[in-house]
Design a protein around this ligand. Structure first.
Ligand SMILES: C[S@@+](CC[C@H](N)C(=O)[O-])C[C@H]1O[C@@H](n2cnc3c(N)ncnc32)[C@H](O)[C@@H]1O
Length: 310
């Protein structure tokens, strides 16, 4: 179990440090975490933990977090089976049909836009990272799909022609401590839909995260640590700001290292439902995973589906 924002890696390994219950200061200062993986002992250097105060950040965290390292080493490596299950959920629960139009809000590198377009929908993907948009456009041109990708701020972008379905997937929401800023995404989704159109927001199940909280865990992608991507994620709950904060320490196969901070607002599932309802959505349903299971303390995702009144 993990409190990770995502489950990006093929292999999940619980951190030794969390098992040893080391004091946080000791973990932060220790600089070294030892792992036994596939019977090989590996040594992972960890930078000292220096929390970044919000007021020192010049620009929103996501503008530096979502770079080529994250794009290539996380988004592009996501399990194809899991992506397929997400696409199946979208077609099934949003009653999406080939020929209909879809707005993929915060589309990243087109991970979902491309397979949805492959099934005959016209997809518009919007993301604020220009390299992600270039990559998605290139992939859709190669496959001659009915897709367009636009680099823009999704808090402002509204579809020029109203569409049948809007999706916001894989924790692309709740990045600000300010509710009004987060709600803009839901409002733009609502304004982009035809009457009767469907919306799905895929978010973290914060009830699950709090119940299973781990302040540190290690993700390893690949069979052999020496040639794999290793990510050590250090998480903390900011009870005052109501934010779940996570430092991602990337150890790349080429030996390079990066450290970056991600933050999302602690919205419980019932709060996510209320946010959609307050934007005007109706027939709101909550799911705990893409198998359409009900949301509980044991399901990692909070997928909220709503309909714009006809
Ligand atoms: C975790 S990634 C998910 C990408 C994609 N939805 C997927 O499932 O693969 C979050 C994405 O949201 C985008 N994003 C965050 N805030 C945004 C905003 N205000 N406008 C446009 N894109 C945004 C980021 O650039 C990033 O590509």
């Amino acid at each position: 179990m993990t409190n990770s924002f995502y489950s990006p890696m093929k292999t999940w390994v619980r951190s030794d440090c969390s098992r040893r219950a080391m004091p946080r200061e000791a973990v932060a200062e220790s600089k070294t975490a030892d792992r036994l993986v596939n019977k090989k002992k590996i040594k992972i250097m960890v930078e000292p933990h220096h929390p970044i105060p919000d007021h020192h950040q010049q620009k929103p965290w996501w503008e530096s977090f979502f770079d080529e390292v994250y794009g290539q080493d996380v988004l592009d490596r996501l399990d194809e089976e899991k992506t397929k299950a997400q696409v199946d959920f979208i077609f099934r629960e949003l009653n999406l049909k080939p020929g209909q139009s879809v707005f993929d809000q915060c589309c990243g590198r087109g991970r979902l836009s491309i397979p949805i377009a492959t099934q005959g929908c016209h997809v518009t993907g919007v993301d604020c990272i220009d390299t992600y948009i270039s990559r998605a456009s290139h992939k859709s041109r190669e496959s001659q799909l009915a897709c367009e990708f636009i680099c823009d701020d999704a808090r402002q972008f509204v579809m020029p022609e109203l569409c049948d379905v809007v999706i916001n997937w894989f924790t692309s929401f709740g990045y600000s401590a300010d509710d009004a800023d987060n709600i803009k995404l839901l409002q733009r989704a609502y304004e982009s839909l035809k009457p009767g159109g469907m919306f799905a927001l895929d978010y973290v199940n914060m009830a699950y995260v709090i119940k299973n909280f781990q302040d540190r865990h290690v993700h390893i992608d690949g069979p052999d640590c020496s040639n794999s991507l290793v990510v050590i994620e250090e998480s903390e709950v900011d009870c005052v700001a109501g934010m779940l904060k996570s430092h991602w320490n990337f150890f790349l196969p080429d030996g390079k290292r990066t450290r970056r901070l991600m933050k999302v607002k602690i919205y419980m599932p019932y709060e996510i439902s209320s946010l959609l309802q307050n934007c005007g959505f109706e027939e709101i349903r909550l799911f705990g995973n893409v198998l359409s299971d009900p949301i509980t303390l044991e399901t990692p995702r909070c997928i909220c589906v709503g309909r714009k009144p006809a």
